[in-house]
Write a protein that binds this ligand. Structure first.
Ligand code: M6R
Length: 362
């Protein structure tokens, strides 16, 4: 049932190009237009509030950038355990969106129940269509990732992102922020992702070599800007969950506001940075790290690696991708780094200590 892989996690990482292509096929027409359920109509919606736990919350965090930038729609995010007890005021013209692989996470379900009757629509993005969260939503969009067994969520994350990206494009059209041509260009970029992810999967051997050294670290920092910032949080969560190495994700611009104090020659700093409009700012962050003998692993595209110049510890080169959707592609090396580091440490990759696949108690 592991399909020739040693672990479910390896299988599920490798499945991503296929399941993402499936999700795109399901939610778009053969001509390449959107085909989301009828209720996904953002006209008159004044904001969306996205709520989830763990990796699913990082998918919401990435999607916040998309809803704001692609659709100009105010988007808030919260983790379910805070949202439900904080009891925030919600607009009756807003949507509350709950993202969950299992659809059974206790805090996310309680957050959904809190939002009921306070918002215009309860929407969920789930992997298990028969789950409580799916059943209790006005509208539920399956992510079509297939069964995910590994406790560390991988393919569910990128499928959540794919569905949220399609929703953001729909919001952009409904709100008159995107022309049909601009929407088609975004959809074209999304359709390229499975091929680009196959390329990223081809880096597995190189990543395994880097992981041998990463496995020696006590602490690892992940940095990213913009929509890559939540991916830095996700990369750190993945690494700590299965390798038990202490890892933190930060927005690159926050480095000098505290975490730079941790940097010395023993702290690897993993920089997730396609060469986008803010790349030069990230280069100066890397220089600050290197000036303190920090070991930078730069994950970028060929142009980014070239521009970053000498002095970085290691580089991983990914193909070019539309900047907005880079987190979907860059999730693959982040997952592979965690996976291979855990293998190098000999930990139980599919069943990490203290963790359950579905957290149905608070
Ligand atoms: O089933 P859910 O998506 O609601 O689960 C949320 C989190 O418990 C989950 O993403 C957790 O953080 C994973 N172990 C991450 O790999």
């Amino acid at each position: 049932e592991k399909g020739g892989y040693k672990h479910f996690m390896a299988k599920e990482i490798a499945e991503q190009p296929v399941v993402i292509a499936d999700a795109l096929k399901h939610y778009t027409t053969p001509e390449g237009g959107l085909r989301l359920p009828e209720g996904v109509d953002f006209k008159g919606v004044d904001r969306i509030t996205m709520v989830a736990c763990g990796t699913a919350s990082y998918a919401c965090h990435v999607a916040k950038y998309w809803f704001e930038q692609i659709a100009g729609l105010p988007a808030e995010i919260d983790i379910a355990s805070e949202f439900r007890y904080r009891e925030p005021p919600l607009s009756g013209q807003s949507w509350a969106v709950f993202v969950s692989q299992s659809g059974e996470t206790a805090d996310t379900l309680a957050a959904l129940r809190y939002a009921r009757d306070k918002v215009a629509r309860i929407v969920s993005v789930v992997n298990v269509p028969t789950s409580s969260i799916a059943r209790e939503s006005d509208l539920s969009l399956p992510i079509l990732a297939g069964v995910e067994v590994g406790v560390a969520s991988t393919k569910a994350f990128t499928c959540q992102l794919t569905v949220l990206a399609l929703m953001a494009v729909k919001a952009g059209l409904d709100r008159g922020r995107l022309t049909a041509e601009q929407a088609a260009a975004h959809l074209g970029s999304l359709r390229n992702l499975p091929g680009l992810m196959n390329h990223a999967l081809g880096l597995s051997g190189v990543i395994a070599e880097v992981a041998e050294e990463l496995a020696e670290a006590q602490d690892v920092l992940f940095l990213g800007r913009g929509a890559m910032y939540p991916l830095a949080l996700e990369g750190a969560l993945k690494l700590k969950e299965i390798s038990y190495i202490h890892a933190e994700g930060y927005a690159s611009g926050e480095l000098k506001h505290g975490p730079i104090a941790l940097i010395d020659a023993r702290v690897p700093v993993i920089v997730l940075a396609p060469r986008d409009g803010l790349f030069d700012k990230t280069v100066s962050n890397m220089q600050e790290v290197m000036a303190r003998h920090g070991k930078v692993l730069l994950i970028s595209d060929a142009a980014g690696v070239e521009e970053a110049g000498a002095g970085v510890w290691k580089t991983l080169v990914l193909p070019e991708v539309e900047a907005a959707f880079a987190p979907i592609l860059y999730a693959v090396p982040a997952q592979l780094l965690a996976y291979h580091t855990a293998i190098a440490k000999g930990t139980d990759v599919d069943q990490p200590r203290n963790l359950a696949k579905s957290v149905t108690v608070e």
